[in-house]
Write a protein of this length. Structure first.
Lengths: 176, 199
């Protein structure tokens, strides 16, 4: 048997967690007609921050201008932004009730913190660009689009896992 | 009542924002309990150390897909309405390229956006940095929009589903996804025994 490391203790059985997650997703479709998401909230926040610095440039930017059409609401007055606020609150309650709040950096036991944080930044940049081309992320595209059998979501899912398994070898020191 | 309730006009925009916080709360809670607030758990799948991510994702997808079939049969869900008005639209090539970039970002950065938010709630500094990187990435995308804006909108196939492509009833495709998930669960166990990075 593989030895369980400290940080994997106390989580739900993965199939139980998966069924629970699936029921939350089903409830979302029943209530809203659309699924869960996350990256849209980051994109809207990025637009609002940029707008605070350079309002003219953002309102005329080919991508950001869709958040600033005439008569449109504040980009943050949006379903996905409120949903992600809920994700944060739900995460905090789950962490505190499980007594699992441990400040730190998640990395392989032999990786340095500097390496890990640089790659977290670089990976974040790539993921951020990727979500804009794909119009979503693991929750919005892979999970929600996958469950409703949307063609592009399945293409996205295969591309994500194909690329990640393929690239894993090259960053193995980060996680070993 | 027949869903989707919001699209049927059962409640309005302001109520939908309260629904959003409540749904998000459940989503975040389950993600944390699944172990997804930690980049080590999330990336273990790519090294065949712990295939938890595959098990959770696939069982969630199957639960929801089967649930939609059941609700549709029970007359509680207007599936056609979803297909016509809210199914995610397909942009074939941008989604393939976006998926590759996102997959690289996932294994290098250690998170995806939703799990990074739970990582922040768990006190993980790497998730804060990842979200900062994502913000920069979105600025890069917006700055370069004149270069790739036409590609971004290309190969638009509209709201198209796998059942429509294969010319099969959605129930049959859903059953095929269930079989695929069971096969993936079996292969996940084999992958963990293989453990190619931990010899």
């Amino acid at each position: 048997m593989r030895q369980e490391v400290e940080y994997v203790q106390g989580f739900w059985n993965p199939y139980v967690a998966g069924i629970a997650l699936g029921l939350v997703l089903l409830l979302t479709f029943y209530l809203m007609g659309a699924g869960l998401g996350a990256s849209g909230a980051v994109a809207r926040t990025a637009a609002v921050v940029a707008h605070g610095v350079a309002p003219q440039a953002v309102e005329h930017n080919g991508y950001f201008s869709e958040f600033y059409k005439a008569g449109a609401k504040n980009p943050l007055t949006n379903w996905i932004v409120f949903e992600v606020i809920g994700v944060f609150l739900g995460g905090i309650v789950a962490v505190l009730t499980a007594r699992r709040f441990r400040p730190g950096v998640g990395k392989g036991p032999h990786a340095s913190t500097g390496l890990r944080l640089s790659l977290a930044l670089g990976g974040g940049v790539l993921a951020g660009i990727g979500t804009r081309f794909a119009l979503g992320c693991t929750s919005g595209q892979a999970l929600s689009g996958g469950a409703t059998l949307a063609v592009g979501s399945w293409v996205f899912m295969m591309a994500v896992f194909g690329a990640a398994f393929g690239a894993a070898y090259f960053v193995r020191r980060e996680w070993s | 009542m027949t869903g989707p309730l919001y699209m049927q006009g059962v409640f309005g925009f302001q109520a939908s924002l309260l629904v959003a916080v409540a749904i998000g709360f459940l989503f975040g809670f389950v993600l944390e309990r699944a172990g997804f607030g930690d980049s080590r758990v999330l990336t273990s799948i790519f090294y065949f150390r712990d295939m938890r991510v595959l098990r959770v994702m696939f069982s969630a997808m199957v639960t929801c897909a089967v649930g939609i079939v059941v609700l549709k049969w029970a007359g509680l869900f207007d599936y056609t309405m979803m297909l016509d008005y809210s199914l995610l639209q397909t942009y074939l090539w941008p989604q393939l390229v976006g998926g590759i970039l996102f997959g690289l970002g996932f294994v290098i950065g250690g998170y995806c956006p939703g799990t990074a938010v739970v990582g922040v709630a768990s006190g993980k500094l790497d998730s804060v940095v990842f979200l900062g990187g994502m913000t920069v990435g979105i600025w890069v995308f917006a700055a370069g929009f004149p270069l790739w804006g036409s590609f971004y909108k290309s190969s638009a196939l509209g709201r198209i589903s796998l059942p429509q492509i294969f010319g099969l009833p959605m129930e049959v495709v859903t059953a095929a996804v269930v079989v695929m998930a069971l096969a993936a669960f079996w292969l996940a166990g084999l992958g963990e025994k293989w453990a190619p990075y931990d010899k």
